[in-house]
Structure formats: C-alpha cells, structure tokens
Design a binder for this molecule. Structure first.
Ligand code: ADP
Ligand code: ADP
Ligand code: ZN
Length: 208
C-alpha cells in the first residue's frame, strides 16, 4: 500500500475529511498545514502572528514560512498524508528535495460545490471534527458528537473569502495537477460523491 500520500484538490473538496478517515484506519500521520497554522494563530506564536492576515483574507501564507514549518515535521515520518501541502510549485519542489512521495490524489470538485460546501462547513473547536450543515450536521445543534466541544464557523468560510480562496487555488495550486501528472504520480478521485464512496475510491488508488 502507498504510504506517502499528497492530497490535492480545491478548498472544500474533502481533503480534511478523507485524511482523518485514512489516518485513523491505516496508522498514517495526518499533516494538515491549515490545522497547524490555525493552532499557531490560536497560541499567538510568532508564526501565527505572521500568518493570520493572509489566512483571514484567503491568501496563501508565504512559501518560506510554510516550508520551514513542514520540514521538521516530515523528517521522522515513514507514512503520512499531506493535506493542504504543497499548495504552490515552489512548495512541491521543496518537498521533492526533502523526500519522495508515492502518490498525489487529486480530489475534484466544481466551483459551485466548493462554495456550497464551504458556506455550510462547521468545525469542532476542541477535537477538529469536520461537519456540514447540509450533508452531515451534528446530532445536537452547535455541539460536537464526538467530544461535546463547541462547533464554530471558520473566519475564512465566509462568502467573499471563499471566492478568493477558490481563485487563489486556480492560480497557485491547480498547476500542481500537471506537476504530478508529469511525474506519473497523479490519480484523480471524484470528490462530488458521498464521503464513503470517495473513501473507497481513495483506498482503491492506494492499493487495498
Ligand atoms: P481548506 O482545507 O479549506 O482548503 P486549509 O485549512 O488547508 O483550508 O488552509 C487554510 C488557510 O491556511 C489557507 O487559506 C492559507 O491561508 C493557509 N495555508 C494552509 N496551507 C498552506 C500552504 N501549504 N501554503 C500557504 N498557505 C497555506
Ligand atoms: P477540505 O479539507 O478539502 O477543505 P473538508 O474535508 O473540510 O474539505 O470538507 C469541506 C466541507 O464539505 C465540510 O463541511 C465537510 O463536512 C463536507 N464534505 C466533505 N466531503 C463531503 C462529501 N463527500 N459529500 C458532502 N459533503 C462533504
Ligand atoms: Zn469535537
């Protein structure tokens, strides 16, 4: 089974949802640069203070900061799922210098579906579980099924910011599809299917 996995796809494609499922079932480390950055912001670290403005506008945090942040965390890992990294060709080239990956799974989703899903996304503040008011709402409004934590809407899941994030994706991140295709590492998965079906298709790509 492939163990060094990059998840590509627009914001809202389901990368976080699928990465959490895969990591839990297969003992792989889940590295989400978005989650790491939000934690840095919450702890008001130097990196968090530098990153916050970019994140709230839906722009990318500069490559140098991201590459330094991810480097140390990758070093000792044998199996991992990269969720939200790389997001630029510069980041992908830096990753190649650190280690080789087995596969890049491109989760596809249309712009309309991206906007609909992100507008209705909610997240648990305590454990990070991902919900959707339309597709998988929590059983009790505002309360996490898994841990009882408070459910909130991310600052960047507001309409104008969502639209900017999609444009940024098309410009800076979509070129990675060709980047990994040229290297023979790209596999597409249709992200518009139900979560369980997307999960099955990913497992098929990974070879189990
Ligand atoms: P989503 O999962 O909705 O696409 P993320 O949680 O991955 O969003 O990222 C949230 C924000 O964090 C991004 O809009 C960007 O500002 C910043 N970010 C996350 N990963 C990266 C990265 N690899 N490079 C630059 N910025 C990043
Ligand atoms: P990403 O990490 O790519 O930004 P998420 O995993 O956070 O995406 O998912 C974005 C939103 O869409 C969340 O509200 C999540 O619950 C929902 N979602 C994820 N996968 C599916 C799916 N296959 N069908 C419907 N909704 C989904
Ligand atoms: Zn929770």
């Amino acid at each position: 089974m492939f163990k060094r996995i990059v998840l590509l796809g627009p914001p809202g494609a389901g990368k976080g949802t699928q990465a959490k499922l895969l990591a839990a079932k297969n003992g792989l480390a889940h590295l989400s640069t978005g989650d790491i950055l939000r934690d840095e912001v919450a702890r008001d670290t130097e990196l968090g203070r530098k990153a916050k403005g970019y994140m709230n506008r839906g722009d990318l945090v500069p490559d140098g900061l991201i590459i330094d942040m991810i480097k140390g965390r990758l070093a000792e890992k044998s199996g991992f799922i990269l969720d939200g990294f790389p997001r630029t060709v510069t980041q992908a080239e830096a990753l190649e210098k650190i280690l080789s990956i087995d596969v890049a799974i491109n989760i596809t989703l249309s712009r309309e579906e991206v906007i609909s899903r992100l507008s209705s996304r909610r997240v648990c503040r305590k454990c990070g579980k991902i919900y959707n008011l339309l597709y998988n709402p929590p059983k009790n409004e505002g309360v996490c099924d898994a841990c009882g934590g408070e459910i909130f809407q991310r600052d960047d899941d507001k309409r104008e910011v969502i639209e900017n994030r999609y444009d940024v994706y098309m410009e800076a991140t979509a070129p990675l599809i060709d980047f990994y295709e040229e290297r023979g590492l790209l596999k597409d998965v249709d992200g518009s299917q139900p979560t369980e079906k997307v999960s099955e298709d990913i497992l098929a790509v990974l070879g189990r």
